[in-house]
Design a protein around this ligand. Structure first.
Ligand code: HC3
Length: 382
């Protein structure tokens, strides 16, 4: 049987099996069970062929823009607020490709990462920069992270954020992202970066990939520069996947620059005063991103992602359904017991490094505490 995919041409049974490890019949069963499922998809038990052998907490490293890129805004003198702002917009336009497409480069389609448990930790170094993350909520799944990038004889860049996701089935898998990232240069401003909603395109054709929807923005704390991104995909205005348009305005709302292109390949910038257009971001087709260096699993804390999920991840790689169920079940049961105990004792899980607060919309926000981290003896050497 042949299924027609909107972006990737005809999909045959053999191709589906090669790409996903599942037959079309398996895939159709999956689509059927998801379509009839009401509620957050993170609570759904997914079949092995759609599971990624990694916890979603590990995906926090997709926020790392690269050693030079993350530092570029801070190397521009702080007096040049406009140029700094453009460099910050560049950082976050550049990382969209890795945030939303990088995982399907090798096996061709987006898989469901493991749902991190409350209190799960991730510590790694990417190109020497320290990345620390913690799962701060289980329902809805939410993680918080911080990346520190020092510059010798210069300011330090700190990038800190949290992401809560709610996924449900509408006409496909739809994901709301709540949270923000704050990019801070120690000698100057902070920049707040919002998160767009997204959906899985090609899901019913056994070839799911992420398409970003609606809008998101970047605002500067003092100079008043703002960038509003508008996203669309194939079949909408542009007819092309991963389309991005953006307006960059100053504190008076005057339009200074516009961006347009595809966020996974080429984005151009136009100076609205001079009319000059040039390349802003141009991703090579197979851009490699740095993966974090973590402690050997045997030396990791029992709450660290790779240690905690090792047996499950090994079973997914080996495609051993029974073992996946067994090991995943062990983790989930232990978590259930913990929650039950907390309820009986009237206690709550204490976050390890992040302090919980609320924003003006009464939504939870998490702030990293360097003090808590530095007093955490287990992680002293990291
Ligand atoms: C779409 C996604 C959930 C959201 C994941 C996000 C966007 C979360 C924030 C991270 O910073 C980046 C990121 C990467 C991967 C995204 C996931 C990939 C697949 C998953 C779907 C909800 C999976 C649905 C599978 C199903 C239908 C079996 O439950």
């Amino acid at each position: 049987m042949l299924w027609k995919s909107s972006s990737q041409g005809d999909v045959t049974d053999n191709e589906t099996e090669a790409a996903t490890g599942a037959s079309l019949a398996n895939w159709k069963d999956l689509v059927k069970s998801i379509a009839s499922f009401r509620g957050d998809l993170s609570t759904l038990t997914a079949p092995p062929f759609i599971l990624a052998p990694a916890s979603l907490l590990e995906y926090c490293h997709f926020w790392y823009a690269g050693y030079e890129e993350i530092r570029k805004p801070a190397l521009i003198p702080k007096e040049n607020a406009e140029e700094r702002f453009l460099a910050v917009v560049h950082v976050f336009t550049s990382i969209m490709k890795q945030q939303y497409t990088q995982r399907n480069v090798s096996d061709g389609f987006e898989k469901k990462p493991l749902n991190p448990f409350l209190g799960e930790l991730f510590v790694g170094r990417v190109e020497g920069d320290l990345l620390r993350a913690e799962q701060v909520s289980h329902h809805p799944p939410a993680y918080a992270y911080k990346i520190v990038s020092p510059i010798e004889d210069g300011p330090t860049v700190e990038q800190e954020g949290h992401v809560a996701i709610r996924s449900r089935f509408t006409t496909t898998v739809s994901v709301e992202q709540q949270g923000k990232t704050v990019y801070k240069i120690s000698d100057g401003e902070t920049y707040t970066v919002g998160l767009p909603p997204l959906h899985l395109e090609g899901f019913i054709y056994a070839a799911p990939f992420i398409e970003v929807d609606k809008t998101s923005d970047i605002t500067s704390s003092e100079s008043g520069y703002k960038c509003v991104f508008r996203y669309s995909g194939a079949g909408w205005i542009s007819g092309k996947s991963h389309t991005l348009k953006a307006d960059i305005t100053d504190k008076n709302g005057e339009l200074l620059y516009t961006l347009s292109g595809q966020w996974d390949s080429l984005v151009n910038i136009t100076n609205e005063k001079t009319g000059e257009t040039k390349e802003f971001v141009n991703h090579p087709a197979k851009a490699a991103i740095s993966t974090p260096v973590v402690a050997p699993v045997s030396e990791q804390h029992e709450l660290e992602s790779q240690r905690a999920w090792k047996d499950v991840a090994d079973a997914i790689r080996a495609n051993k359904t029974d073992l996946i169920r067994l090991h995943k079940g062990n983790i989930e049961n232990a978590q259930r017991e913990l929650r039950k105990k907390e309820l009986e004792e009237g206690t709550e899980w204490q976050h390890r490094w992040f302090l919980k607060g609320f924003n003006s919309n009464a939504e939870p926000v998490w702030t990293f505490s360097e003090e808590l981290y530095h007093n955490d003896k287990f992680f002293e050497e990291r």
